[in-house]
Write a protein that binds this ligand. Structure first.
Ligand SMILES: Cc1cc2nc3c(=O)[nH]c(=O)nc-3n(C[C@H](O)[C@H](O)[C@H](O)COP(=O)(O)OP(=O)(O)OC[C@H]3O[C@@H](n4cnc5c(N)ncnc54)[C@H](O)[C@@H]3O)c2cc1C
Length: 471
């Protein structure tokens, strides 16, 4: 194949698409707007010298569990996964924490009366992860390869998290499930919010919630390095304004969201397709803080120090109220906070004896309200004395995030809301295809959506290749 392909954007999906095309023998150029490749999988010195912070993604259950990434020799290109002893800790006001252990049986033991209900909900998907992951990390098929497994998932997934949480009698298990389901950015009484709760838990048990040694940049660097062995080239600091200016290419795969596609695609896209893209809805934004710390976070519950990820938000009702407020355009008084503390398990992140942490909460899309105090109050609630450990902090409003990665529209880190409609038709009924036969969209705004797994790029590139071959 000697046709030349151009990928716009070197995020995980752009790089995945580039690798699929290069593996098929196509010459590939990747053009990236920022000076460092990776999009929301970059690691940068954001606070003080020697402190390495994940600008975006920090914990990679779907990266480690991605069928495509798992098929690549990324460990030979420097990628090393680190698993904290527990995948996740969720502290409660009684000074203890409930944990998501990688080992399902160990988790069951700690969930008490709810152990059997958790087991019944999660085990079928944990045990069949290698069949489940390709189904769930791709476009919805009318005829799935594993119809019974997917029917079983669909029956739970389509429900609100609130309904599924009724299976659990204990407040600890309900709190754990609420935090997992809140990754959906949906209100927990909305359909599909349960899908995220189950997927996050199942991935934790099946593959863990690992962090890459050195940060998300190590995954990006491994992808770039492997791509270069296939002849692909990444050029940075090159924002693409208009595809019409790029004359040398026969195929474009755009790792951008619908709003940007309208801009770069311009007259190449039909008016009706542009109108459909214009109707795509973005989700809530995030307000994020990176910390340089002079000590580990002083958690009340010692179990929190066993996990790279900590969910802060108390019980089910409080987390549900926080997510409902954001979904209806308000700021929660007690926001649900997701916190990562990678330096506890990876000494490449901070100078000896020092630490890094990353925390964010959901806010309405494009919000310019400073919620730093509310976010830190949630950390202090479960780790009194936290503020005394802070050497430096870097705050990112939704606009700051978008300035550093144009795909983070209004601070939306998932490439658009994943409600029922945008789950099925993402970003339009055409999914990866557009109204122009040589232009495809391959970002998190296509199935299966947000997260570092590269599967949007993988499926878009596979479709482009099959249509090229068919022509
Ligand atoms: C704060 C934060 C925390 C997150 N936490 C996690 C997590 O812990 N785990 C997880 O799995 N996921 C997490 N995510 C989500 C995950 O990072 C994204 O879903 C994922 O990076 C999407 O990949 P992508 O390739 O579609 O887009 P991006 O990673 O956003 O990459 C898009 C790239 O395209 C470039 N680009 C855009 N427009 C142009 C243009 N016109 N010309 C050239 N280049 C262009 C951008 O500069 C960028 O490099 C997080 C994201 C953020 C922001």
């Amino acid at each position: 194949m000697n046709r030349k392909a151009c990928i716009i954007g070197a995020g995980p999906n752009g790089l995945a698409a580039a690798i699929v095309l290069a593996q098929a023998g196509m010459p590939v150029d990747v053009l990236e707007a920022e000076s460092t490749p990776g999009g929301a999988a970059r690691t940068l010195e954001l606070t003080l010298p020697g402190f390495q912070h994940d600008f975006g993604s920090a914990v990679f259950p779907l990266g480690a569990g991605s069928p495509f990434f798992s098929s690549l020799p990324l460990s030979s290109h420097g990628l090393q996964w680190i698993h904290s002893p527990a995948a996740l800790a969720h502290p409660l006001d009684d000074g203890t924490a409930v944990t998501l252990e990688r080992d399902l049986n160990e988790t069951l033991g700690s969930l008490g009366v709810d152990g059997p209900a958790w087991d019944k909900l999660m085990r079928p998907f944990v045990e069949r992860w290698s069949e489940f992951a390709p189904e769930i990390l791709g476009p919805v098929r009318m005829l799935p390869r594993h119809p019974w497994l997917m029917a079983r998932f669909g029956m739970v997934a389509l429900q609100p998290a609130q309904a599924v949480a009724r299976r659990f009698r204990g407040p600890r298990t309900r709190a754990l499930f609420a935090g997992l389901a809140a990754h959906s950015f949906l209100s927990l009484d909305e359909p599909l919010s349960a899908a995220f709760g189950v997927l996050m838990a199942v991935s934790g048990h099946a593959v863990g919630w690992p962090i890459p040694r050195g940060g998300g940049q190590s995954l990006t660097n491994a992808l770039c390095s492997f791509l270069s062995t296939l002849g692909g080239k990444v050029t940075t600091s090159l924002p693409v304004q208009n595809l019409a200016e790029l004359a040398d290419y026969e195929l474009f795969l755009c790792d951008v969201t619908p709003r940007q596609l309208i801009k770069v695609g311009g007259q190449r896209l039909s008016e009706s397709y542009q109108r459909r893209l214009g109707r795509f809805r973005y989700g809530a934004g995030v307000f994020k803080v990176d910390y340089a710390l002079n000590a580990p976070i002083p958690w009340k519950a010692s179990d929190c120090s066993r996990a790279a990820t900590v969910h802060l938000g108390g019980g089910f009702e409080e987390i549900a109220a926080s997510e409902k407020a954001v979904r209806s355009g308000q700021h929660a008084d007690h926001p649900f906070v997701l916190l990562a503390q990678p330096s506890l398990f990876d000494d490449a992140r901070a100078p000896a004896g020092k630490h890094t942490a990353w925390a964010y909460c959901h806010v309405p899309n494009g919000s310019n309200v400073n919620v730093l105090e509310k976010l830190e109050n949630q950390i202090e609630r479960f780790a009194p004395g936290f503020r005394d450990c802070v050497l430096a902090r870097r705050v990112f409003s939704p606009a700051d995030l978008e300035n550093m990665d144009a795909n983070l529209v209004g601070g939306d880190i998932g490439g658009g809301t994943v409600d029922l409609r945008q789950f099925l038709f993402r970003p339009t009924w055409r999914q990866y295809a557009t109204s122009a036969r040589d232009i495809y969209i391959c970002s998190a705004s296509t199935p299966p959506g947000g997260g570092v797994h590269g599967m949007c790029g993988y499926h878009a590139a596979k479709l482009a290749l099959s249509r090229l071959r068919g022509r």
